[in-house]
Design a protein around this ligand. Sequence first.
Ligand SMILES: Cc1ncc(COP(=O)(O)O)c(C=O)c1O
Length: 425
Amino acid sequence: MTRASQALWFPYAQMQGLEVQNEVARAEGTRLFLRDGRVLIDAIASWWCVIHGYNHPELNAALRAQLENFAHVMLGGLTHQAAQRLADRLVALAPPGLAHVFFADSGSVGMEVAMKMAVQYWKNLGVAGKHAFLSLRHGYHGDTTGVMSLGDPDEGMHHPFAGYLPRQHFVAPPEGMGDGRGEIRRSVDEAVSLLATALREHGHEIAAFACEPLMQAAGGFHFYPPAYLAEARRLCDERDVLLICDEVATGFGRTGTLFACEPAGITPDIMVLGKGLSAGYLGMSATLATERVFAAFLGEDRDKAFMHGPTFMGNALACSVALASIDVFERDGCLAKIRRIEAILREELLGLRGPKIREPRVLGACGVVEVHDRRDLQGVQEFASARGVWLRPFDRVVYTMPAYVMDAADLRRVCQTIRDWFDRS
Ligand SMILES: Cc1ncc(COP(=O)(O)O)c(C=O)c1O
């Protein structure tokens, strides 16, 4: 076993006594090859971004080809083919009406961009006082300051920063009906009425309602039906509030359609993509806006211009790999692969019952088992690693979000490992 460098500070980890012994020497497809000779099936695709698997020959080739020309140039005053082509491609794929793309370098920053766009939109229109945001309980939109304030105020991971963060408004989503089987804890009607009330009472100060469409990921993997999103669109229009859909986790097929907004038949005013956008190769996000939002930034007045510009925005390597990833996604029929993954996850996980299990849930290429007590998941990571599977449960959920190239045998082995954990005592 190799020990991690003492200098390296790990994320979301109590560093005291921490020993990270899984040093990856090589990765290929869905396999992590560790320095000590062990091989793990990666069931979570490096926080869900490696959608086509590791070390993909075509993605590697796209990077090499771009590298021969240049790795990066600033987008301030310069432009390049890869950024232009990717922007056009995303507009063609996105829900109709999203017509402009602003690149940044991570999902968090992509969401910061969305928030700033929403605030400046109202300011540019001359509407005063719309600085606040409404978002869903159990949400997670990233770790930077602005977007932390949109995360779950009660159960979220950002407690240490309470008091420092801007205060936002929150509303509860529908609950307990992700796959239509579980107990309904809050119906769509009930949640829509809560949303209507929040917008009626606070709409005058709210710039935008921000949500993760259909699947709230890092806030605990809660799913909700498209009907809620459709109603949210209607209510936001009614109350002059923009709708931001954070598709950082859901975009590029994770919930079964290219974008999770699609089954609701809506176009958000602003949509944010990340993670799978660059297939796990490089940090990248895209914040897409409608013509209406974009138009509010036009004019003679320089103060109306959007005031944001990260150094690495539109990085040429990231744009090139994103273009290649979209090619692979389309050519390899990833949506059909996701349907096959979903069918297996349903078969393997939805029947799970037991005193420790609160609810198994499946949506697209995402399979989740939630327990009543987080202590019942202590040791899952080590248990799975010893069986050749890489899982990283958090809070009260153990889940799999595999690369779309995972074959049926490996996926069943991942599910079997989760089932074995609950069967072991
Ligand atoms: C829905 C959602 N939004 C934003 C983010 C933040 O993305 P990043 O980690 O790339 O900053 C995440 C990350 O998990 C996410 O799931």
